[in-house]
Design a protein around this ligand. Sequence first.
Ligand code: BDR
Ligand code: CA
Length: 313
Amino acid sequence: MTARPIVIDCDPGQDDAVALLLAMASPGELAIRGVTCVAGNVPLELTAANARRLVELAGRTDIPVYAGCPAPMLRPLVTAEYVHGKTGLDGCDLPPPSMALAEGHAVDFIVETCLAAGPEGMTLCPLGPLTNIAQAIIKDPRILPNIREIVLMGGAAMITGNTTPSAEFNIYVDPHAAHVVFECGRPVVMIPLDVTHKAITTPARLDAIRAIGTRVSDSVAGMLDFYDRFDMDRYGMAGGPLHDPCVIAYLLNPGLFAGRRARVRIETRSELTMGRTVVDWWGITGDAPNALVLNEIDADGFYAMLTERLARL
Ligand code: BDR
Ligand code: CA
């Protein structure tokens, strides 16, 4: 099997960090052409530094890291230091990056990489607000036929939001970009909170990661220790949800997930419900589906795979 070419667009963020590590631990299946950074959990300068800290941690400095958009398309940036800490990666003690950012803008890199994709196309993996991806589509729509799939973490289908009662963070931060992506006509896989709130880092799962006993697993355990506290406090969960790694896990083993194709629209007008992902789960409108919306995960299978892969780094 040849490795599937992907671009990971992210805003690390502890859960983005685990997603990056999972992908970097899986070179047999995933060929990471580049990591592109966007403003989200913390400002762009920090997400771009954090992505490089992680690439260095995994010993994969062959992967270029690009900085992208510093703010959403229309709305002011909203960040989430209250979840991720001041640095975005609080809980680990990774040093500042030594490697430089790749030259050029993330949006141009996405455009060029998609245009240059071979017959297998390019899979885009957005783990943050969709600003860079939407800007790439707007800048050069010739990339569309070459986008094989967009597998994204974002939205909430049948449950409430985590940033407002209506909206999930990634979609709330840049709903206009999300609109562009969901309407782009290419296959979209949406991994919403419905799934990720079932992917909980329980103490036993965290212990299994810590027990690997490597620098990578120590860093992950430290980060998750810090990150888990927010969702445990707010939702009374037994640990934090690992949102973004679900995207990579889906690419590695889609059999861990279930869902259905549905029409998804993004609320961009009402302040009350801004960024809501309106999912026509029951086909009430009769409109053609534009996304595969996942709602189930085999959480034990997911954590078993994650732990086994992290041990490879
Ligand atoms: C999403 O928002 C961010 O805080 C996480 O990194 C994840 O991408 C979850 O709502
Ligand atoms: Ca993220």
